[in-house]
Write a new protein. Structure first.
Length: 434
């Protein structure tokens, strides 16, 4: 007997949508349980848009717009938002740059005014850019160059994507950061920071007439502009099994594996997209998950295992397996062979109904808990919009999940978790003899 999936219906309200004359897209999910709103303003530009030699440009510009605008002095945006009760921040990924805020609903208008000003009327001063570059370089030293695993993850991503747009590191390559100039940053802002290249996702205690009035007041005067042509993002090919060996001091012996798979935006059907989202839970989430049970609990060839899938991309994505190996039992290459042997059984024999139902309950439980976090809701709406999906699809998510069968999951595993879609990095610690 299948377990009942947790319901989100009691707290759900219909997602509302509007578009200003200048092209700015607005999404609102009303939630009046607390007098709060969460706002995420996204500019649809990120590392995957950057030309060769300019990696890190979108991330550097994200820092720079915080540092002064037509109404706010240098550094004032952060202190101003803190006084409003918000915790201002900004993030860049491969496909977008976004500015999230959660604050009292009574402060919504002034927050929107400030967001509009820093994003569309930043001062972009040369002195501030010099400081920003030093901050970004320090972040790179800390998060990438300062750890062996950080360097391994960057090398693996480059290995997987090659010269593709998604190979561009968000934080930037060292030689590119050294070459960035304030003029380059100003040109990047002039090309991409326009309302017809932006999405505003709002969740909380407001309504669409009020929200639209405020957005028109503070964003409506900015004009739409012609955007640069997008870099081509081709579907992931099946190039044949590829592997590399990486030796670094301090690197724990292990394995990075990636399979080229569709994202939610490129999957042929909603059911296939949902099956792909369930696979990480079936393979690696929880002690009874397929790979964990066989290779950690039974054979002990692995010391740990994680399985992840970045579903939200404009183009195809990766399903990734990360594991550290038990050196007393086998090498990373042997661990890879064992993982592929186990995955091959899924091509012939599907998961059980019980396993699939467990994964579905995990998936929907996360969604139910997320509905108590208005920032999480706003983030999900934004992520759908950024990768080109209609956020209204969220309202069909439960129905689509319930329809996924064990046979559909088997078909997805046999189609995408294959040798010809596999890219692997063997992680080894560099010794003094090497």
């Amino acid at each position: 007997m299948p377990l009942a999936l947790p319901s989100t219906a009691a707290r759900a309200s219909h997602l509302q949508h509007a578009t200003l004359a200048n092209g700015l897209r607005i999404y609102l999910q009303e939630d009046h349980r607390a007098p709060l709103v969460s706002v995420q303003l996204s500019l649809h530009v990120g590392a995957s848009h950057e030309p060769a030699g300019n990696s890190g440009l979108s991330h550097a510009l994200e820092h720079l717009v915080f540092d002064g605008s037509s109404k706010l002095a240098q550094g004032e945006y952060i202190s101003f938002m803190n006084r409003l009760g918000a915790s201002p921040n900004a993030f860049t990924d491969s496909d977008n740059t976004y500015f999230p805020l959660t604050l009292p609903a009574s402060r919504l208008e002034i927050a929107l005014e400030a967001l509009a000003d820093i994003t569309f009327r930043p001062t972009l001063e040369a002195s501030a850019f010099t400081k920003v570059l030093e901050i970004v370089k320090a972040e790179r030293r800390s998060h990438v160059e300062g750890t062996a695993l950080g360097r391994a993850l960057e090398a693996h991503k480059t290995f997987c994507y090659g010269n593709g747009a998604y190979a561009t590191p968000v934080i930037g390559r060292p030689e590119d950061l050294d070459a960035l100039t304030i003029d380059t940053a100003r040109d990047w802002h002039r090309h991409w920071y326009h309302p017809n290249n932006a999405t505003l996702a709002v969740v909380g205690a407001t309504d669409m007439p009020r929200l639209r009035e405020l957005v028109e007041r503070h964003f409506g005067a900015f004009e739409a502009a012609e955007l640069p042509p997008l870099k081509p993002l081709e579907r992931t090919a099946a190039p044949g099994r590829r592997a590399q060996t990486l030796r670094l001091k301090g690197l724990t012996e292990g394995l990075l594996m990636s399979f080229g798979v569709p994202s939610l935006a490129t999957a042929p059907s909603n059911e296939e997209a949902c099956a792909l989202q369930l696979l990480p839970k079936l393979l690696g989430k929880g002690a009874s998950a397929f790979l964990r049970q066989r290779l950690l609990s039974d054979e002990l060839i692995l010391l740990n295992l994680s399985v992840d899938y970045d579903a939200f991309k404009r183009a195809d994505s990766l399903l990734e397996i990360r594991a550290h190996t038990n050196t007393s039992i086998g090498t990373p290459a042997q661990a890879l062979d064992r993982i592929m042997q186990e995955i091959a059984t899924l091509h012939r024999t599907p998961f059980t109904e019980r396993d699939l139902n467990r994964a579905k309950v995990q998936f929907m439980s996360n969604k139910v808990f997320a509905r108590d976090d208005i920032a999480n809701q706003a983030e999900t709406i934004r992520r759908y919009a950024v990768c080109g999906l209609d956020p209204h699809l969220l309202e069909q998510e439960r129905q689509t999940l319930e329809a996924v069968t064990v046979e559909q999951v088997r078909q997805v595993a046999s189609l995408y978790l294959t040798e010809d879609r596999l890219m692997a990095t063997f992680m080894l610690e560099e010794t003094n003899d090497e």
